[in-house]
Design a protein around this ligand. Structure first.
Ligand code: GDP
Length: 471
């Protein structure tokens, strides 16, 4: 354990020395992490961000662009040979097809390098030629960050917390009935292990479908290339008095430890620990639509996820980071095109309230944080619809399931976000004073003028916060 930590530390110091050298003498790079829970909007965000950085007609909020200093932006081979490339072209093709459709979502970690040629500003402008900044965008599932919590948990502790959560959640394949102390004390039979892992995974998927976010281990929902491997064939079990060698309990405990050392640790060491900036995407509207329990679960899960960004919160992570830290974190409520712009400030307040604890701590540790509402790809137009002698602020778009056009009013978000979060914390089953309904829209067919990227809401401001100071 000590030896591996020293080895990790050495690798990281050699790496950071390498980075500093190349940054000083060659061209600087900035590693931007894009994360969020499944369906939060990571794939759409990266695709639209890259398209809008290449064709910058809709990016007036990016200061270097409005000053005319971004000379060009182009895709380049990425620096990490063993990481899958983010499939930008296919995803953009889906969004810009004659009959556009949403691209396939993030299932594992991937990377894309976009290089920007920039004219320096200020005093140096006349003296220096253009310089290049490489923006390395790393896409990874937020579910994987939840696994940080596992690093300091024993199998017994993790089992106890998950079994307690599962008791209040759907269990379509009867996992709870299978996961008994009796079963745990039996000798390991691989088919039994597989049945338990499969039923547990089904329960996690069902919980996720109902809007519950804390579904660990993260790789059970998004296994990447590990699907079906023994390191994912385990499940929580109730405690057993003196479980002997070769029992199901001991074997699951061993696999849980292997999951931590072979899956969780390499991810944090090789990817997370090398990030400079981070955007955390949150489908807050989706959770509000699913009801108070989903909102409370989202709040708790975000606070678990964001522990990864608190220096010192985990001794495991501290040993990997070596003092390096992410210095800017943006929390973005996605899909704001589901709301008329008059409600965007309320959505931003909900986002701020959802991440308040974590933001306060991150700020305390020196990282600059911000919250905003945005839509990476605007799929709607705004419309005032006459209603009871007044007018309702609506959005119009093509409904994903029927293909029909409709204008719709999602419900009024409160001025004070605590009206939502308070009801969620108190365990209410439904919202008392308001109904929310968020429809799924299809992406609208695009006719882009030369030099224009896809339409969005505040993507330029997000880019300014995340990379503006380096341009
Ligand atoms: P990921 O799992 O985080 O990669 O999520 P995706 O980027 O695949 O987005 C999931 C789904 O959310 C998409 O298929 C769309 O239905 C929806 N979505 C994502 N971004 C937007 C957006 O900006 N506007 C709208 N209207 N829907 C979005």
């Amino acid at each position: 354990m000590v030896l591996t930590t020293i080895a990790d530390t050495l690798t990281r110091s050699v790496e950071s020395a390498g980075n500093t050298l190349s940054e000083t003498f060659f061209e600087p790079s900035l590693r931007l992490g894009v994360t969020g829970l499944s369906r939060a909007g990571k794939t759409v965000f990266i695709t639209s961000l890259v398209a809008n950085l290449m064709d910058r007609g809709r990016m007036p909020g990016l200061v270097a662009q409005s000053e005319g200093r971004i000379l060009s932006a182009f895709l380049q081979p990425q620096p990490d040979d063993t990481l899958p490339r983010f499939d930008y072209e296919t995803h953009l093709g889906a969004l810009t097809a004659r009959q556009p459709h949403w691209p396939d979502s993030t299932r594992a970690v991937s990377e894309l390098r976009l290089s920007l040629k920039i004219r320096p500003s200020g005093l140096l402008a006349g003296l220096q030629g253009p310089r290049t900044l490489h923006l390395d965008i790393i896409d990874y599932p937020g579910e994987w960050l939840l696994d940080l919590g596992l690093m300091e948990k024993s199998y017994a502790d993790w089992s106890a917390s998950m079994l307690q959560r599962l008791a209040h959640r759907p269990d379509p394949d009867g996992f709870a009935a299978m996961a008994t102390s009796d079963a745990a004390a039996q000798k390991l039979e691989e088919p039994t292990a597989q049945r338990l892992a499969a039923a547990y995974t089904t329960a996690l998927h069902a919980a996720r479908a109902q809007g519950f976010s804390d579904c660990s281990p993260g790789r059970f929902l998004l296994p990447g290339d590990l699907a079906g491997s023994p390191v994912l064939t385990f499940a929580p079990l109730p405690p057993v008095d003196r479980a002997g060698r070769g029992t199901l309990y001991r074997e699951f405990e061993r696999r849980f430890d292997a999951y931590k050392s072979r899956v969780v640790k390499p991810f944090f060491r090789d990817h997370f620990a090398r990030l400079d900036r981070q955007i955390v995407l949150v489908d807050a509207l989706g959770a509000i639509n699913a009801g108070p329990r989903a909102v409370e679960d989202l709040r708790q899960t975000l606070s678990d996820i964001l522990k990864a960004f608190r220096p010192g919160a985990s001794s495991f992570l501290t040993s990997l980071l070596l003092g390096k830290r992410i210095d800017k974190i943006l929390f973005a409520a996605t899909k704001a095109d589901h709301l008329h712009h008059t409600q965007h400030p309320q959505l931003t307040s909900v986002m701020e309230a959802l991440t308040r604890d974590a933001r306060d701590r991150a700020r305390f540790a020196g990282a600059q944080t911000a919250a905003m509402s945005m839509a990476a790809l605007r799929a709607t137009t705004e419309e005032m619809v006459p209603h009871n002698g007044g007018a309702l602020p609506c959005v119009r778009g093509t409904l994903l399931d029927t293909g029909k056009q409709a204008a719709f009013y999602p419900g009024a978000l409160p001025e004070d976000p605590n009206h939502l979060l308070g009801a969620a914390r108190s365990g209410a089953d439904t919202w008392l004073d308001q109904d929310y309904s968020v429809m799924s829209f299809a992406p609208a067919p695009l006719t882009l003028k030369p030099g224009e990227g896809p339409p969005h809401i505040r993507l330029d401001r997000a880019a300014q916060f995340l990379i503006g100071d380096r341009l």
